[in-house]
Design a protein around this ligand. Sequence first.
Ligand SMILES: CC(C)(COP(=O)(O)OP(=O)(O)OC[C@H]1O[C@@H](n2cnc3c(N)ncnc32)[C@H](O)[C@@H]1OP(=O)(O)O)[C@@H](O)C(=O)NCCC(=O)NCCS
Length: 151
Amino acid sequence: MGDAALRPAVAADAEALARLHARAFPVGWSAHEIAGFMQGHGGYALAAEDGAGRLAGFILCRAIAGEAEVLTLAVDPGLRRQGLGRALVEAAAAFAAPTCEALFLEVADDNIAAIGLYEGAGFARVGVRHDYYEHPDGRRDAIVMRRDLNS
Ligand SMILES: CC(C)(COP(=O)(O)OP(=O)(O)OC[C@H]1O[C@@H](n2cnc3c(N)ncnc32)[C@H](O)[C@@H]1OP(=O)(O)O)[C@@H](O)C(=O)NCCC(=O)NCCS
């Protein structure tokens, strides 16, 4: 992961997170939406920063009633394949583990990079949600994945 560092993200980071999110996904989320998730019930987020303190990636999650969920994960396109995505997932899992049995997520069925990351991080496929994602070329199915946090 080089000289990157992880820290909790707060609502004041929402503009920067939204800018990074817009560079990582075909359909972006506004800073308002991201701040709403962070401040909502069970919301938490972690940011990765490069050595100069610039945002390099983030993960946004929600932990409610013993189950946690990854809402979104993005790494700066110029800083991928350096272990940041994996480090963010591991930190999010560690944060949830004391109170949650499992960490869930949805991933588009054509997102080879993310599926590779999640399978390598111990997530298993547990379902499919048809036409779950908006996409400029039409809708995409989501694969639902689960990682046990108790083992
Ligand atoms: C998915 C994403 C977060 C991965 O971030 P990253 O920092 O590059 O991931 P890592 O460097 O930690 O990669 C961990 C593993 O994931 C897999 N992986 C990552 N990118 C990959 C790619 N382009 N192709 C195939 N496998 C890939 C590999 O197994 C990799 O391990 P390796 O580098 O030792 O081979 C990043 O590509 C991204 O922001 N994508 C756009 C947004 C997105 O799709 N988010 C996930 C939504 S569910």
